[in-house]
Design a protein around this ligand. Structure first.
Ligand code: FAD
Length: 329
């Protein structure tokens, strides 16, 4: 029989679950609190293009993931990033990243989630606050108190704190304790994108420096399909520095990150444009367990990167495993 399924969240996990459940014949609706899909696979529009301020690249270790992207996002919406990657260790200095194909969205990270979202029925700008039991179904209530319909099953793909808030408000205490078990703390991240009029001479296109301030530094314009006349660089602060400066002003944050960038590269060009974004939930340090959570009796499932290794490919793995478990009954 055809079931009505609600998916909360339209990042990689939510879109994957919605597409797979739809493909198996379920009637699926996706709800997203932001203006558009993508979640942490995020790009900010800037004059002349866009710059990726969230996920920087992703792996395609499971060929089924790349097949899924080709089929539903489109083969022209992503591709390998042929940049140079290096990390710095206190003992051994700079070293190249291990060989691996690293993929990005083309011409921006959100090209992927835009493509995927064409295959789902998405309601943006609705933040689900509570699930209300109505017999054997769940009624979805948003933060404005509006009713968004009744569903046989619900898939939650929000980051852990937001998922737990929703479960608590819905009286789903068993699921709440299961969702706390993975202990996946998602760490915050201050992100700054800077546009320079001339190219900094840097050792690599993307770097993981040995720094208390900078976690990641990358030349966004070295990704495929970007058409910037002069380069945009992305600077991510370390989780520790972000936690210590979480309430700092964007201006103070960008000044400090730029100072660290200057120290790292020796480049002293002045940015011509600058964009700052604070991620309260960025990357998790969580384990590979349990992959997903599915309470068949309640008809409520949970998927997301934080249940499966904390990366884009993990978000896909988590959601596809959950969709499979739901189809199995
Ligand atoms: P999300 O993308 O967070 O999606 C959850 C969605 O749910 C969001 O759109 C949110 O708005 C929505 N939502 C939440 N609550 C509600 C609600 N109550 N109602 C409705 N909607 C709701 N991964 C990599 O693989 N490689 C990287 O290089 C990398 N770098 C990163 C750098 C940064 C700065 C950040 C922030 C992340 C990075 N990641 C990276 C992690 C990667 O972005 C995530 O693992 C992945 O995008 C998570 O997908 P998801 O669908 O599980 O969660």
């Amino acid at each position: 029989s055809i079931r009505n399924v609600a998916v909360i969240g339209s990042g990689m996990a939510g879109l994957t679950a919605a597409i797979m459940l739809g493909k198996s014949g379920q009637q699926v609706k996706v709800f997203e609190k932001s203006r558009g899909p993508g979640g942490r696979m995020s790009s900010k529009r800037v004059p002349g293009g866009a710059v990726d301020v969230g996920a920087q690249y992703f792996t395609g270790r499971n060929p089924a993931f790349l097949d899924f992207l080709e089929n539903y996002a489109g083969a022209d919406r992503f591709g390998p990033w042929h940049g140079t990657f290096g990390f710095q260790s206190a003992q051994e200095g700079w070293q190249p990243f291990p060989d691996e194909t690293r993929y990005v969205g083309i011409p921006r990270m959100t090209a992927i989630t835009r493509g995927l979202s064409d295959h789902v029925e998405l309601t943006p700008q609705v933040r689900i606050a509570r699930l209300n039991r109505m017999g054997t179904r769940w009624q979805l209530i948003c933060t404005e108190g509006k009713d968004h319909g009744e569903f046989d099953q619900v898939v939650i793909t929000a980051p852990p704190a937001q998922t737990q808030e929703l479960l608590a408000a819905s009286g789903l205490t068993q699921l709440l304790s299961e969702s706390q078990a993975p202990g996946g703390d998602i760490l915050p991240c201050w992100a700054v994108a800077v546009h320079f009029s001339e190219a900094p001479a840097a050792r690599f296109d993307a770097m993981r420096p040995d720094s208390d301030v900078l976690y990641w530094v990358a030349n966004n314009s070295s990704k495929p399909g970007r058409s910037d006349a002069s380069p945009w660089w992305v600077l991510h602060a370390t989780p520790e520095w972000t936690e210590a400066n979480v309430d700092a002003t964007p201006e103070a944050v960008s000044n400090e990150l730029l100072a660290a960038f200057r120290q790292l590269t020796g480049f002293d060009g002045t940015p011509v444009e600058l964009v700052t974004h604070r991620w309260l939930y960025a990357r998790s340090a969580s384990s590979e367990q349990p992959g997903f959570v599915w309470d068949k009796g309640q008809g409520v499932g949970i998927a997301g990167d934080w249940l499966e290794g904390g990366r884009v490919e993990g978000a896909w793995e988590s959601a596809s495993q959950l969709a499979e478990a739901m189809q199995a009954g």
